[in-house]
Design a protein around this ligand. Sequence first.
Ligand code: PGA
Length: 237
Amino acid sequence: MNIIVVKNAEQGAKEAFALFEKAHQNGAKVFGLATGGTPVSLYGLIRESALSFEDCVSINLDEYVGLSKDNAHSYDAYMREHLFNAKPFKQSFLPDGLASEETEVARYERVLQENPIDFQLLGLGTNAHIGFNEPGTPFTQRTHKVALTQATITANKRYFEKEEDVPRYAYSMGLQSIMDAKEIVLMAYGEKKANAIFDMIEGPVTEDVPASILQTHGNVTVIIDEAAAALLSSENQ
Ligand code: PGA
């Protein structure tokens, strides 16, 4: 893993933008995108840039089950607000939160097979999830329906009026679907991510730590601030 430690999230967004831009210049056509608080400033830099995605495809990691794309809490709405309204892609794929599990899992796997991901952006859960792949998810998992853990529900309730409003299920690309990406860039900021960062980078590769599978991928860059890097041994800081 290539590890970049920055002062703060703003610097991290600049590093991630540079990698995004380089991939785009080198001909990447399929971008795997993430939601959450972490990529917000990166998307701001992309919106302000001269990059055009009109001949590119985007594929998002996940979507809440039960929310329509018009629901303000859906990841579809998030992506339109933070990126797609300003920078439309030729085609943008997100799981359909209203579709049945059987239909949606098959459709998304077809999308991934027809559009192999060149560049995958990831955030990191406090429990080391990537996408909505919670601890215990098999490394061989492809797109699936996930029951969110309490840690994830707690972490995401800040986006909702109350905890009961957080959906309990999501559709998510699986760990194997993520590992198929040619290049992966993961960002994580803040003290609350320090344990997950330590386990992901220096712990054993285990299904208890979903992100630890990234140790076995040949082209991963991890961008973290000093707070998230705090538990790493000195050669990784
Ligand atoms: P966050 O979420 O960017 O809102 O911290 C990351 C994640 O859960 O993957």
